[in-house]
Design a protein around this ligand. Structure first.
Ligand SMILES: Nc1nc2c(ncn2[C@@H]2O[C@H](COP(=O)(O)OP(=O)(O)O)[C@@H](O)[C@H]2O)c(=O)[nH]1
Ligand SMILES: [Mg+2]
Length: 480
């Protein structure tokens, strides 16, 4: 998502950067370009118009000040970024927990929008934070809806409250209410109520959701919407607001290749916060929604904050510290470290998703690398490194022909693959040295970047090799 949008923002700003001194007509020109990019990206017309007007007004009003700046395009960039964060909902909002537990969260939305999946993701997310969630299956419309939630609940070790089998269809309002009573008497501190959806907005669906809501009075009613449905998202949101009423939005399927217009227009058009973002079919593809990080991605700056957080989760503190000390002391990055980083990366999830968070991920060159990433490569690479002796991992220089042949046999790979890995590792090692001198990505465990570069990127090495380098190189290329 956002690839084409982000590419167009980048190129619009590249033109502006080339100007040096910025005039009123330059501001008009970039506003026109952004306007077209947003409309092509399926952002709602009213949202686009408001956005462009604010940018134009702010930029023109600040023009005398901007002209004094040594980096005038950067000033405009900051205004666009601030307005982008604003239409994405401003400061991130968090769940409002009930003063007296349980906190009741109800999910509403069209069929297929991702409610049931979200119920599981949310339960896991809250459980990991030390809560005791209860999942309530109040979707009695489809026969296997209860089973679907039951399977999810079991896989994450969360209790499911569902109608007793054999009781006929059952009443969703009753199931929801008995779920809350069950949570109270058994000390579950959060109740997540999954409800039924239809393919389109219809009267009966709205009434049912409204009745459930009236009966259980949730602390948060979340409208779940598939970001792939584009302009329809706004109409659907309006219908749910009128028919049921909701407190916040959850965007799902942000991993899709849609243009992303819904994500951009929904907060602005509903005036509700986007609380969570769902970005894949796996239960871990889920997080709070951060307007500033999303804006950064759209502007082509990547999402280093999320990447660093995920890295922190996957890499244990001791190993991160050891890596840092190594970087500082100038000690060599060994295959042993490399293996450790690869294992951590596997814990972090899909490689292409991780790489998409890097600055410049939507540039043509990076896109090509990301598209060529093969997640199984990580597994193969790991097998090769594991077939080396500890001595070889510490000192790859001793890897002569016969050792390489033995490793290839041991890991079931070819000698060519072993050679390629060693070449990549050497390149990664070099990159680590560069990072030591260049500062690297702020907040990123250093070794991880080495792992990324040597382990999975088909081209071998990331562009630039360190935080500052990336920007410099990109800027240079674009100006030509
Ligand atoms: N790619 C992707 N698929 C998702 C996401 N969330 C849900 N899905 C898929 O969308 C389909 C419908 O999801 P489901 O939770 O059953 O929707 P519900 O009808 O609203 O309960 C399922 O195949 C899910 O695996 C997401 O964030 N990304
Ligand atoms: Mg469902």
């Amino acid at each position: 998502m956002f690839e084409s949008l982000s590419e167009r923002f980048s190129s619009a700003f590249a033109t502006l950067r080339g100007k040096g001194r910025i005039s009123e007509s330059d501001i008009e020109a970039i506003c026109d370009e952004i306007r077209l990019a947003l409309l092509d990206g399926d952002v709602a017309l009213t949202v686009v118009n408001g956005f462009i007007n604010r940018i134009k007004q702010r930029s023109l009003a600040a023009l005398p000040e901007i002209r004094k700046s040594t980096n005038q395009s950067q000033e405009i960039y900051s205004i666009v970024n601030a307005e982008l964060v604003e239409i994405l909902g401003g400061p991130a909002r968090r769940i409002r927990f009930a003063k007296n537990p349980p906190t009741v969260i109800m999910l509403a939305g069209l069929q297929g929008s991702g409610k049931t999946t979200l119920a599981g993701k949310l339960a896991l997310f809250l459980k990991d934070q030390g809560n005791t969630p209860l999942l309530v299956a109040a979707d009695l419309q489809r026969p296997n809806a209860v089973t679907q939630l039951g399977v999810l609940a079991e896989s994450i070790g969360v209790k499911l409250h569902a109608p007793q089998p054999g009781n006929g269809v059952g009443d969703p309002v009753e199931v929801a209410m008995s779920g809350i009573a069950f949570a109270k008497s058994n000390f579950y501190n959060i109740v997540i109520v999954d409800t039924a959806g239809r393919l389109g907005v219809d009267e009966e669906l709205m009434t049912q959701a409204k009745n459930i809501k009236a009966a259980i009075n949730p602390n948060e009613t979340l409208f779940v919407v598939d970001a792939m449905i584009g302009q329809d998202a706004i109409r659907t949101a309006q219908a749910f607001e009128d028919g049921v009423g909701f407190d916040a939005v959850v965007l799902t399927k942000l991993d899709g290749d849609a243009k992303g217009g819904a994500a951009l227009s929904i907060a602005e058009s509903t005036k509700k916060a986007i609380l969570f973002a769902s970005s894949g079919e796996k239960l871990s593809d889920f997080d709070y929604f951060y307007p500033d990080r999303m804006a950064s991605r759209i502007l082509g700056l990547g999402d280093i904050a999320t990447l660093a957080e995920q890295a922190k989760k996957a890499i244990d503190e001791g190993s991160a510290k050891r890596m840092e000390e190594k970087l500082i002391s100038g000690e060599d990055f060994t295959l042993e470290d490399f293996l450790e980083q690869l294992q951590a990366m596997r814990k972090m999830g899909s490689m292409s998703k991780l790489l998409e968070m890097l600055p410049g991920a939507n540039s043509a060159a990076m896109r090509k690398q990301i598209d060529a990433v093969d997640d199984d490569e990580l597994v193969r690479t790991q097998a090769i490194v594991q077939s080396m002796t500890p001595k070889e991992r510490q000192n790859p220089k001793i890897l002569n022909g016969s050792r390489r042949l033995r490793i290839a046999k041991g890991s079931g790979r070819t000698v060519t693959e072993v050679n390629r890995l060693i070449d990549r590792f050497t390149a990664a090692q070099k990159m680590m040295k560069q990072m030591r001198n260049g500062g690297g990505f702020p907040g990123m465990p250093g070794g991880l970047m080495g792992g990324l570069a040597g382990g999975v990127l088909p081209g071998g090495v990331l562009p630039g090799g360190g935080g500052r380098h990336v920007h410099k190189k990109k800027a240079k290329k674009k100006r030509r």
